[in-house]
Design a protein around this ligand. Structure first.
Ligand SMILES: NC(=O)c1ccc[n+]([C@@H]2O[C@H](COP(=O)([O-])OP(=O)(O)OC[C@H]3O[C@@H](n4cnc5c(N)ncnc54)[C@H](O)[C@@H]3O)[C@@H](O)[C@H]2O)c1
Length: 282
């Protein structure tokens, strides 16, 4: 099954990035946000981003217009009815995602693939909220979606081979490299990445080094493009905390037990880049 019409639910960092990637790959994109203004703002942001890419000579003006013409914005869930694939990218909260999946199941056709961009949550729990759970899987893009090469394809025990094949073909059509992974919290990348990020916060708490020196050390010493504290700010501290909590709930490994500073920053509404303040000010 080839994906010609993609629905995206959620207008945050990831939803916007995935919309750009898919529209550039020639796929029709139906964006759905709870508020029409937010959905419209995503299209306006995409138009601005494409305008900048035209100025820099990265894309032809006619191609940019075609990309934009493939994207529509809606607040009504029923706008997703004719999609071949709906990928949700709303807040990392199992109850919110379960509720959304069960409502999506009532709106789309029996053959529509339903996927989640969750970073850690059990995909099987979303699958069991819909009829035909064999058509549910995880399609995990990375941040920023237009720049990052990888997509993890998550196979819950309920998924059919056809669903996994279609999801893999979709991600590859978007120009991404895919890996397949079982439905375990954190999949491959976040299960390995987050103990490192969390231990960077521990090091900051212990006063071992300043935030600037921790970040500079990992950039210069490991050739990482950014340091761990700057990366947490990019991911979003609320999303990072949810990821650690889900990893800890699954594995009970102390390396996944979120450091108090992270929890306090989130409680204070300092969520990283998206709120203008986190470990750094923006
Ligand atoms: N930020 C990252 O680096 C990253 C990377 C890969 C995957 N993800 C995953 O993508 C998903 C979205 O993350 P994001 O970084 O785009 O988050 P975000 O905070 O930027 O956006 C969250 C979106 O969820 C919506 N939302 C909030 N509460 C809701 C509710 N009760 N019902 C419906 N929608 C609600 C918000 O309006 C917003 O559109 C999460 O599952 C996250 O784990 C994030």
């Amino acid at each position: 099954m080839s994906i010609e019409r993609l629905g995206i639910v959620g207008s945050g960092i990831m939803g916007a990035g995935i919309a750009e990637v898919a529209a550039k790959a020639g796929i029709e994109v139906v964006l759905r946000s709870r508020k029409q203004e937010t959905a419209d703002a995503m299209v306006a942001a995409l138009e601005k981003s494409l305008g900048k890419q035209v100025e820099k000579g990265r894309i032809e003006e006619t191609a940019a217009k075609e990309v934009l013409s493939r994207v529509s914005a809606h607040h009504d869930l029923h706008a997703l009815a004719n999609c071949d694939l709906v990928l949700e990218s709303v807040v990392e909260d199992l109850d919110v995602k379960k509720d959304l999946f069960s409502r999506l199941g009532d709106v789309v056709s029996d053959t529509t693939i339903l996927a989640t961009n969750t970073s850690t949550l059990p995909v099987v729990e979303l699958a069991t909220t819909v009829e035909n759970p064999d058509r549910v899987c995880g399609i995990h893009f990375f941040n920023p979606a237009p720049a990052m090469a990888l997509v993890e394809i998550i196979r819950p025990i309920t998924a059919s081979d056809a669903t996994i094949e279609a999801a893999t073909a979709f991600a590859q059509a978007c120009g991404k490299t895919t890996v397949e992974v079982q439905d375990r919290a954190g999949f491959i990348v976040n299960a390995l990445l987050f103990p490192y990020l969390n231990n960077a916060v521990r090091m900051l708490e212990n006063g071992t080094a300043s935030r600037e020196d921790i970040d500079a050390a990992m950039k210069g010493g490991c050739n990482f493009p950014m340091g761990p504290l700057a990366l947490l700010d990019l991911v979003g501290l609320d999303t990072s905390l949810s990821i650690l909590d889900a990893l800890y709930a699954e594995f009970r490994d102390p390396n996944y037990a979120a450091m108090p500073t992270l929890r306090r920053l989130v409680a204070a509404g300092q969520l990283g880049r998206k709120s203008g303040r986190g470990f750094y000010d923006y």
